[in-house]
Write a protein that binds this ligand. Sequence first.
Ligand code: GRF
Length: 193
Amino acid sequence: MSAIPRIAIFASGGGSNARQLIRHFAGTVSAEVVLLVCNKPGAGALEVAAANGIPSLLINRADLEADGLLASELGKARVDVILLAGYLWKIPGWLIARYPDRILNIHPALLPSFGGKGMYGHHVHEAVHAARESYSGITIHLVNEHYDEGRIIFQASIALDHTDTPARIEEKVRALEQLHYPRVAEQFIFTTA
Ligand code: GRF
């Protein structure tokens, strides 16, 4: 681990979590965001990185090979910790082996409920709505080779009422993400440094 831990954020979407993480660590000396990895051309997360002066790496499936572009760029950037922020591709085994207990993910529901394959983005909130849950929330967990099954390090919940649409549930959950992910990630990095 570098004197100031070096973070890579992986994102596929709009980048609201990436933005919050970048802003948070820009104001601290506890760690620094050195790279944004994205698998989707034109994703908002790439604009977030550019707007904040963070180098970004756009990858395709071939780049995910153990001896591919991603592996070499993470080494060049001397990345210590990986924060997934709406990243939709599976993390390859070699990456988990290279960053043991050093990859965090945020899931927009209270795992183990509403997790696993296909449970991402609006699908999660639609399932919570359909199940008439009285709560939803976020789960921040370590990443292992199975979707959403790594050790849970933090959860926060929010009450729902029966008038909440899936869009309203998403809004409530996103507010929890923005509030908690940066601080939980910082605490995690501090304890594993
Ligand atoms: C968030 O809801 C996050 O919980 C999930 O994917 C979404 C990413 O949104 N993993 P954004 O790209 O950070 O706006």
